[in-house]
Design a binder for this molecule. Structure first.
Ligand code: NCD
Ligand code: ZN
Length: 352
């Protein structure tokens, strides 16, 4: 534990390198929460239908910009959803025209709206070669997809069977392993840096697999990749707070309507956007690593992707705060991770 906790911490404005904004009423309801904390966010393309070409990405970006609160300078960074039929020329065009910054690889069926994902990753070689050539990053949801595979082993099996061969085939490709959940995946990132990086969510730093069953089944703690054992959570906390530049912030905020979570077959995804920075900074304080927070939140991501860091600052206050337990969407609501709880940190002034 650090001896003296400051009353506030001012860092360069951070970016969220993994968000699900959805569309329509949900987009309008959730976007302000991310825009209040982050200057930019990498927007996941798993809409229905997914964002697979330049014109769809451009149109989605416009809808996001239109949903921003009055006066917001929030900037969405788009991604292209890779499928079996993605063309290298399309990938390059969207990158050259600065419509998207990266591409997202969902193994087919791995998670929410991933059924259009890639069935044969080796066959993606022409696309990946092109990305390698133009310096465009590949973001990967790294889980094996065979439904018979134990859900707690899906990340490690994907890494061994699919990711390591892919890294060998494409030695210059920039890869982000998203929402890392195991100690072994952290080590894979370390071994392949600096062209491989990893993002870490607030929830995987604060819950383990037992939390999902604490006192009963807790659907609002169910996400993919599912939280793992405590030893993994502790390894994630060490990695995030270590100062290693290959790890950075990506919340995987993934809103679902209450009824879609509290169901016989509930959706995967946690709505962590409104409490994201409060949770991360609390973890850094608990690990005695507040001096590494700015790197994780605001510097390592832009440096990896090759874009400038943000100009402004955000102030985090060591002052109790509370976010709403849920956010209204049409006639229902989305439950907020750690919403309604007293959190030790709150958000202060943002200076553009
Ligand atoms: C995400 C979603 O709901 O879109 N769900 C989740 O559990 N994280 C998809 C994803 O990133 O896996
Ligand atoms: Zn996600």
């Amino acid at each position: 534990m650090s001896a003296a906790v400051p009353a506030s911490l001012t860092i360069r404005r951070p970016d969220d390198w993994h968000v699900h904004f959805r569309d329509g009423a949900m987009l309008a309801a959730v976007l302000p929460h991310t825009a209040a904390q982050f200057a930019r966010a990498l927007v996941m393309p798993n809409l229905v239908p997914p964002v697979t070409d330049v014109s769809a990405a451009r149109a989605y970006r416009e809808r996001i910009l239109a949903a921003r609160p009055e006066g917001s300078d929030f900037k969405p960074l788009m991604t292209c959803y890779l499928t079996d039929t993605t063309r290298p020329d399309e990938i390059e065009a969207g990158f050259a025209e600065q419509v998207w910054l990266g591409a997202k690889l969902y193994p087919a069926g791995a998670t929410t709206n991933a059924h259009h994902g890639v069935t044969d990753i080796a066959a993606l070689a022409p696309v990946l070669e092109r990305m390698e050539r133009i310096g465009m990053a590949l973001s990967i949801h790294g889980e094996a997809t065979d439904p018979a595979t134990d859900i707690f082993d899906r990340e490690s099996i994907f890494m061994e069977e699919t990711l390591l061969p892919l890294l060998k085939r494409h030695q210059g490709l920039k890869v982000v392993l998203e929402h890392i959940t195991t100690a072994e995946t952290l080590d894979i990132v370390r071994a392949h840096g600096p062209r491989v990086a990893g993002t870490i969510t607030p929830h995987h730093l604060t819950i383990n697999r037992t939390s999902i069953f604490q006192g009963g089944l807790r659907p609002h703690l169910y996400c993919l990749p599912v939280a793992k054992r405590e030893r993994h959570r502790l390894a994630l906390r060490k990695a995030a707070t270590s100062g290693e530049t290959c790890f950075f912030l990506g919340t995987d905020t993934a809103p679902h309507r209450r009824g879609d979570k509290e169901a016989a077959c509930g959706c995967a995804g946690l709505f962590v956007g409104p409490t994201a920075l409060q949770t991360y900074v609390q973890v850094f304080e608990e690990e005695g690593a507040l001096h590494h927070f700015e790197g994780f939140a605001s510097l390592n991501g832009p440096n990896f992707h090759g874009i400038p860091v943000n100009a402004g600052t955000i102030e985090l206050l060591r002052r109790p705060g509370r976010m709403p337990a849920a956010v209204a969407v049409e006639d229902t609501e989305v439950v907020v991770y750690r919403g309604g709880e007293d959190l030790p940190w709150s958000i202060g002034r943002v200076a553009a």
